[in-house]
Design a protein around this ligand. Sequence first.
Ligand SMILES: Cc1cc2nc3c(=O)[nH]c(=O)nc-3n(C[C@H](O)[C@H](O)[C@H](O)COP(=O)(O)OP(=O)(O)OC[C@H]3O[C@@H](n4cnc5c(N)ncnc54)[C@H](O)[C@@H]3O)c2cc1C
Length: 497
Amino acid sequence: MDHFDCEVLIVGLGPVGAALAALLADAGVTSIAVEKDVSVYPLPRAAHFDHEIMRLFQQLGVADEVLSHARPAPAYEFRAADGRPLVHIPVSPRPAISGWANGYMFNQPGLETALRARLSASPLTQIRLGRRFESLAADAEGVTAVVAGPDGPETVRARYLVGCDGASSPVREALGGRLSSYGFDEPWLVIDAVVRPGGRVPDLNLQICDPARPTTCVLMGPGRHRWEFMLLPGETAEAVLGDDFIQDLLADWDVGQAIGIDRKAVYRFHGLMAETWRAGRVLLAGDAAHQTPPFAGQGMCSGLRDAANLAWKLKAVLREGAAEGLLDSYQAEREPNCRAYIELAIAMGRVVCTLDPEVAAQRDAQMLAQRAAGALPLPPMAPPPLSTGVIAPGTAGSGSQFPQPWTEVNGERLGLDDVLGAGAWLIVDGPLPGAGQAPPSLRIVSLADPLLAPFRAALGAWLGEHDAAAVLVRPDRYVFGSGAAGELMRGYAAALG
Ligand SMILES: Cc1cc2nc3c(=O)[nH]c(=O)nc-3n(C[C@H](O)[C@H](O)[C@H](O)COP(=O)(O)OP(=O)(O)OC[C@H]3O[C@@H](n4cnc5c(N)ncnc54)[C@H](O)[C@@H]3O)c2cc1C
């Protein structure tokens, strides 16, 4: 049993599995990704990702390719049936903390194709399409999975297995993993359209809170638009997917000649959370671990944050002698963040999915009054920082996202992440500590290093605001902690176990 085909077996090559494989390859970890389908999933799904995810694409070297399938997100507005704005979330004129626009609207198949192209160039990743995961057996050393391939069953043995196999996750089933539900469960018809040249469609994202037919209308990647219509009681998926029915629904939007329908599907929008994300050497990520209604555009983003969180911890355990218990911090850190986004999405969904006209009228009156008073009648748009896991609690900024300042070299934008590269960083204003106690992949860099010259003012300002001589930034760009360099290094080494 001591032969291993790879270090990590990834089941499912959706966006989360693909990003995890790419991050592991960058970390020098071998993986095999098995995927039951032979091509990218053809039905409508994610349309939005946020700036943190764009930073991840930058880290993976696919930012330019992804941007060719994306455009900055416009303002987001919830409207009453009579057109009055209930909530208006404007576009921030300033870049987000990551240095990118706050959000992007995109075409998911284009993104997935870009991620797969990135993987096919990596010698550390094997992609095996047309392979269906069937079962697993875990032991003290690793996991052996049985996969049905074109020539019959195959086995793959790995140190760890990560189920990135989506909402119905056979890996989660194999673990007997239970899902807890938020009790939000609404059926919607989703229509993706190609906008013909010169075609006019709305230029902001809209939730039409009309109790007669709650409707979403959002931008996607360049030249694409999406409409979503809530199913009313008694309507079936089969009926609403009919061409005539769809034409009737779109009639109010006056886009008949402007668009061509590209993809359509009926989904149930719900909020679900797997109770256990790790059983020994088997872990879950993405929709396998949690599902989010799409109103905040965060389901895939949450899954990609899982991949970013898990990849560096797997590397630390597999390559750097970190204790396996480090992997317990994965769910501890990620679950509260996912829950915050699910709760935000459900709060938005409850506003939109109101079918009772009287309740809708009361809602409108209340929200208009809140708006007039300058309040946002929704939970916070950004979740709180990490409060547990691999952080130095109580030190300023710990658990928050570390900013990425940018500069321009020969007309090209260059970010701090491009200069310092993958892995954890210890940025020190003052004498550097001896590297003796440092974890192997920690990059220790002085603020005086010429490399940091273009970013010195921004980094110095961060340290000044946090009253710290040093900051230790984790590989997923969350702050481990700030303070004295030697203490941070020792604390980080101890946290890795
Ligand atoms: C209408 C809609 C709108 C959405 N909008 C947004 C949005 O704007 N922003 C956002 O961030 N998210 C959004 N989401 C959510 C987002 O699409 C998902 O969270 C995301 O696709 C999940 O990625 P994943 O890789 O975890 O799973 P998936 O994309 O489902 O990929 C799982 C993969 O596993 C494979 N697989 C399954 N079983 C097996 C098996 N036995 N063996 C091998 N392979 C297997 C599947 O074929 C699939 O390729 C939306 C979802 C919907 C439905």
